[in-house]
Each structure stands twice: as structure tokens, then as C-alpha cells.
Ligand binder design. Structure first.
Ligand code: AMP
Ligand code: GLY
Length: 430
């Protein structure tokens, strides 16, 4: 099979790495890809992955490429092309593509849509309201004593959520989104949620339109600095599984979250084929959904795929064709940890083009894989080209072994200004 993967991050490197291991894959293109995934080869036939110079949001360009090269399956990594309707577009042209269509992708592209859906179908979530005027939003925030999460409705590069502890902060956040339009069109509406307390985890479910299979739990580390200090980032590291939901509780979460969600999708005519990734707070009253994402998490994907025993091409095919129900997800009995190496200054401004050394040495360690995110080649030299540069990933018999292996690999890698968190998986090991 010929595969086209869209996106350029660590998530996409992990996807390409796993897809390339499948005996079904004979050719893989990536748009636009990165320097690391361009070094992967298909296990069958040995073809090198080819990066094509098209952005993941260049829908006309991608359509023209797919019409010429006829990939057997296109796999969408990031959220924006889903919200732009790439799945609908490819399907209209008879091209097979994996990911939710535009209507289904609203679970991520509109927080108001998700919140209304959860309330209608009894999915546990925060107490919330949706508003288009500042006065009404402020009254609701006041009813929560100002302790709330104020969220722009649409996609805002992960920056549209403002956590407020009092009314002054809440009113400033409301003003920012609705009046100053700091997030542009994404802020025509906003959602206000009560602040939930607890441990935050990521769930992932592979869906085929009528059924859904939950992955083990994982946990991201969104703040830039140790101890969850500093600014919010795209994610500084992950591990899986977490010790916070036993198999029994995961089965309960399936009944409380996934079952009513599937029922709601059927009732609303939503044909969801892809990954549903709920962000979940484990509150003292049970798991509650903070938000839905309509794609694989990054860097959650990096800690899921090394332990996945199933053939990923077959899983995505089953998801697209609606034949997932009899399939069993199989996981190796390992724990996995991913430590993100970021450019100095990230998530603020940072330098690019810093030479990177030690990646081959790190990859040579047992049970270790360095996934690239913001990397490029300058001649023969690997250099930094983004905020999150590498996802140094390792697995072992338990979390402690995986954590030690990941940090041993991190020590081999150097670039000017590199920064990373030293406490990935720390909450689980405390
Ligand atoms: P979201 O993009 O909606 O997941 O929000 C980004 C981050 O804000 C989440 O990962 C949480 O850490 C935090 N957050 C969002 N909603 C809430 C809430 N209702 N209560 C507490 N924290 C929240
Ligand atoms: N891990 C955060 C995200 O993918 O949105």
C-alpha cells in the first residue's frame, strides 16, 4: 500500500515509524514531514519515506498530489486540516482518508458544540455555559465566584484557554476573547467552565463510526517547567500507562464516557472515524471531560505506538471501513516515557538552526527511539527548526525503568539552549 501522512511533528514521526513496520506499507509520503521521519524505511521493500514540500493545510495542493499519486490511504495527524474539511474533500474525490470528517471534527473545533453534546447525552463534564456577550459571560463567571476556565470556542493553537481564580481575571479573559478578539474568529463565542480539581490524564479511543476502542491511559506535562510551573506548552513529555485508572476504572470510564458519546453520535448523525482524545480530570466525583480532541495527542502518540502490537495500517483500515468492532487492541506489557527536548525560550521565541548531536548514540541504546519534531537538515548537519525539537522515548518493564532509559538517552543529546523537564512520569512514581 502507498500511504500519505499529513503533519510534521513528533506525533507524525511516531505514526510514520509504526506504519513503516507494517508489511502492508510499501511507500510512504509525508506532507510536509521532518528530518527524522525522512530517515525511516518501509520494512517491506526498504523504500525511504519521502517528504513532499506541501503543508498539511494546503488542501488544493494535497488533493492534486493525491489525485496524481493515488495513495491507498491518507492519514491526517493535526487538527487544522480536519476542521478545514480535508476528509470530506478527499472522499468527494474518491480518495480513502483516515480521520473524522468536518462535522465529526467539531468535537475539537468547537468547544460550544462539545459542551452542548456532553450535556445532552449525559457525559460527565464541568458545569459550563456558552456566551456571545460579555455581560452574560461575566454574570456566569460571578456565579462561580470567578474561579473558572474561560475558553475561546474555536481552534486557537492550544492557547485559547484562560484559567481564572477571581472575577478580575475572569472579566479580563472575557474581554480578551469576546471584545479584543485576541483569538480572532475562534473567539466569536466562548465557553466558561467551573474549575475542576484533580489529576489530568489523556484518553484515546479509536473509532469506526459505530464502535470505539479505548487505549491505556497516558499523561501529558503541559507546563514548560518542573513541578508544573511556567507557561503552557504543546506538551513537554508523556508516559503510559498511568497508575491512576485501574483496568476496572477504565472499563467504567468506557461506560460513562464512550458509550453515551457513541449513542449521541448515532442520534446526531455524526460518523466519527478516527481518534477521539478526551482530556479528562480525575475529580473526587469521578472522571470529567475538560475537552475533546479529534486526533492523536502529541506527545501521547510517542508513548502509545511503541507498545502497540497490532499492525497500525490494519487498525486504521478497520477504522475507515467500519470494521473495528471484532478487533482487539493488543499492547506489550511495557511502560513508555517520552521526554521532549525543546529549544531555549520555548514556548516563547527561540533560535532555530542550532546543530544537534548525539541522536544516533541515543537511538543505539536499547528500547529507545528518538522521535523528531522541529528538526531540519543543513547540509549533512541535523539542526533545530522548531520549539519542540525531539521526543526522546524509551520503554521498559515498568515506568521507573522506562523513565531511567529515557533520561539516559536525553543525556546523549546536545544542542545550544536545549531545555527539558526532569520530572516526566514523576507523579506516577511519587
Ligand atoms: P483544554 O485545551 O480545554 O484542555 O484546556 C487546556 C488546559 O487548561 C487543560 O489541559 C487543563 O490543564 C486546563 N483546564 C481546562 N479546563 C479546565 C477546567 N474546567 N478546570 C481546570 N483546569 C482546566
Ligand atoms: N498533548 C496535547 C495535545 O496533543 O493537544
Amino acid at each position: 500500500m502507498k500511504l500519505l501522512v499529513l503533519g510534521s511533528g513528533g506525533r507524525e514521526h511516531a505514526l510514520v515509524w509504526k506504519l513503516a513496520q507494517s508489511p502492508h506499507a510499501t511507500q510512504i509520503w509525508c506532507a510536509p514531514g521532518n528530518a527524522g521521519l525522512a530517515q525511516e524505511r518501509c520494512a517491506r521493500g526498504g523504500a525511504l519515506v519521502e517528504c513532499i514540500g506541501l503543508g498539511a493545510e494546503d488542501l488544493p495542493g494535497l488533493l492534486a498530489f493525491a489525485q496524481e499519486k493515488r495513495p491507498d490511504l491518507t492519514i491526517v495527524g493535526p487538527d487544522n486540516p480536519l476542521a478545514m474539511g480535508i476528509v470530506d474533500l478527499f472522499q468527494q474525490h474518491g480518495l480513502r482518508i483516515w480521520g473524522p470528517n468536518r462535522k465529526a471534527a467539531q468535537f475539537e473545533s468547537s468547544k460550544a458544540f462539545s459542551q452542548e453534546f456532553m450535556e445532552k447525552y449525559g457525559i460527565p463534564t464541568a458545569k459550563s455555559g456558552t456566551f456571545t456577550t460579555a455581560a452574560a459571560a461575566s454574570r456566569f463567571a460571578a456565579s462561580l465566584g470567578g474561579k473558572c476556565a474561560v475558553k475561546a470556542d474555536g481552534l486557537a493553537l492550544g492557547k485559547g484557554v484562560l484559567i481564572c481564580r477571581d472575577m478580575a481575571q475572569a472579566d479580563a479573559a472575557i474581554e480578551d476573547i469576546l471584545v479584543k478578539k485576541s483569538f480572532g474568529a475562534a473567539g466569536q463565542k466562548l465557553v466558561i467552565q467551573e474549575l475542576l480539581e484533580g489529576l489530568e490524564i489523556s484518553l484515546h479511543a479509536l473509532c469506526d463510526g459505530t464502535s470505539a476502542k479505548l487505549f491505556p491511559t497516558s499523561q501529558d506535562h503541559k507546563r514548560a517547567l518542573d513541578g508544573d510551573q511556567g507557561l503552557n506548552t504543546g506538551g513537554m513529555g508523556t508516559y503510559s500507562p498511568t497508575p491512576f485508572l485501574t483496568d476496572y476504572h477504565l472499563a467504567q470510564a468506557h461506560d460513562a464516557i464512550v458509550k453515551p458519546w457513541l449513542r449521541g453520535c448515532a442520534a446526531e448523525g455524526i460518523d466519527y472515524r478516527g481518534i477521539l482524545y478526551p482530556g479528562v480530570m480525575l475529580t473526587k466525583d469521578g472522571p470529567k471531560i475538560l475537552e475533546f480532541n479529534a486526533r492523536f495527542g502529541d506527545p501521547e502518540t510517542q508513548v502509545y505506538l511503541p507498545g502497540l502490537e497490532n499492525d497500525l495500517v490494519e487498525l486504521l483500515e478497520a477504522s475507515v471501513s467500519g470494521s473495528l468492532a471484532p478487533v482487539q487492541l493488543r499492547w506489550q506489557p511495557v511502560a513508555c516515557v517520552c521526554v521532549v527536548l525543546a529549544s531555549g525560550g520555548y514556548p516563547g521565541s527561540y533560535a532555530k538552526g542550532q546543530p544537534i548531536t548525539g541522536v544516533n548514540e541515543a537511538n543505539a541504546l536499547p528500547n529507545t527511539k528518538v522521535f523528531h519534531a522541529g528538526t531540519a537538515k543543513a547540509g549533512d548537519q541535523l539542526v533545530t527548526s522548531g520549539g519542540r525539537v525531539l521526543g526522546v522515548t524509551a520503554w521498559g518493564n515498568d515506568l521507573r525503568a522506562a523513565q531511567q532509559a529515557a533520561y539516559a538517552a536525553v543525556e546523549r543529546i546536545h544542542f545550544e539552549g536545549a531545555h527539558f523537564r526532569r520530572d516526566i512520569a514523576g507523579k506516577a512514581l511519587k
